[in-house]
Design a protein around this ligand. Structure first.
Ligand SMILES: Cc1cc2nc3c(=O)[nH]c(=O)nc-3n(C[C@H](O)[C@H](O)[C@H](O)COP(=O)(O)O)c2cc1C
Length: 183
């Protein structure tokens, strides 16, 4: 949510790499598209409906968050609480801005995604603010390489997983994850 957020900057860079590979991308910036606090009752605002469409459209996701006390930001958790039902059979990658690598943060996002029947990349990208970025650009070559790798892997594996999930639903094969999920 912060102006000048490093996690948002890293996300934009990863999405730019994907675009260069011909992947269609959309950026959901929760500062520009704020979601009200989730309550379990039905709730619809212009923003919720817009984000719902974006989430349904996406085949895979990169979740980018700061490390807040070893966990994800409240706005990220709020986003996950709203849209969990459209995560099944989709692949998620993770970026965390932290001074301590943010491993527990990424683990907690992975746990939430798993509970929603989403798949997770086996690695994440941890960035450390001013150490890795300068004037809106990556200055750490290793971070640049990891963001490129994340964006490439997510688009390749995301497509494979999504296509198989949809194919299994269409073929109605009873001993598949997608069939059981649909039931
Ligand atoms: C409420 C709050 C809690 C934070 N907790 C931690 C923490 O536990 N560990 C850590 O390394 N950084 C912590 N930070 C620092 C942020 O993770 C760090 O500044 C990060 O770069 C912010 O990401 P952003 O630039 O995307 O906003 C905290 C910052 C805030 C505002």
């Amino acid at each position: 949510m912060r102006q000048g957020s490093f996690s948002t900057l890293a996300l934009k860079i990863a999405l730019d790499f994907a675009k260069k590979d011909g992947i269609e991308t959309q950026l959901l910036d929760l500062q520009k598209t704020p979601l009200p606090m989730f309550y379990s009752e039905e709730n619809d605002t212009k923003e919720i409906n817009l984000v719902k469409e974006q989430v349904k459209w996406a085949d895979s996701f990169i979740l980018a968050t700061p490390d807040y006390h070893g966990s994800m930001s409240g706005s990220m958790k709020n986003f996950l609480d709203y849209f969990w039902s459209d995560f099944a059979g989709k692949l998620f990658g993770y970026i965390c801005a932290s001074h301590e690598k943010g491993l527990t943060v990424m683990d907690q996002m992975r746990t939430a995604v798993r509970q929603c029947y989403g798949w997770s990349m086996p690695y994440g990208v941890s960035i450390n603010g001013e150490n890795d970025f300068e004037n809106g650009m990556v200055k750490n070559a290793q971070i640049q390489a990891r963001l490129t790798m994340l964006s490439r892997d997510l688009s390749v594996y995301g497509k494979l997983i999504r296509n198989q999930f949809l194919q299994d639903i269409e073929n109605n094969i009873s001993d598949t994850f997608s069939y059981r999920y649909k039931k």
